[in-house]
Ligand binder design. Sequence first.
Ligand code: PEP
Length: 248
Amino acid sequence: MRKPIIAGNWKMHKTVAEGLAFMDAIKPEVSGTDVEVLVCAPFTLLPSLVEAAKGTNIKIGAQNMHYEDHGAFTGEVSADMLLDIGVTHVIIGHSERRQYFAETDETVNLKTRKALSKGLTPVVCCGESLEQREAGETKTVCKTQIVKAFENISLADASKVVVAYEPIWAIGTGKTSSSKDANDVIAYIREVLAALYSTEVSEEIRIQYGGSVKPANVEEIMNETDIDGALVGGASLEADSFVQLVNF
Ligand code: PEP
């Protein structure tokens, strides 16, 4: 069975002191959970959070990385640099990176392959805009993004990827996809993965939902058959709320 993964995406929020206070508050409250707990923080917090997470069940992830090992890429961070400080996961292709930082399906694929080759777990995001949804293109858009993201990824590596289905219109807007709709798209993404690999592999890949998940709706979302967790922005910033998400 797939182990659900509840992940916080702090985006561009928190100082080191705020991050450490958050860790202190959640550690005792999430220690008994059966779900995988992941906190994805800005680069500046990562070494401190990795240190604070030692000996706990909390994993620490980055929100982006470059696909090259090193070079003249001002402002960028490589997979090796993340591994060097003990980071285990990295979000790739978040819609905000696609929208504001020229992330493309091609760079998402390059980054996903690099992360896997180094032993980092990529959390690969896909999802449609409101315009695309209203045009009935949700599944086509997700299929294109998933097929491209998994290009040249081996059968052995595919099941190590975590996918996050995040309809763009639901991110940070307070609008959530109905849990049935989200499950329907996620089940479709699993079919796409089954066609790319095999049913067995597609059944192993964890697919999260993201988009205004909060304590009030997490249980309903997690009760859906194909949804294996949540990638959460706003509601992951407060320790109390994150604890409620993990212990849904
Ligand atoms: C996200 O940042 O991936 C996200 C889903 O944000 P929010 O939960 O705030 O909608």
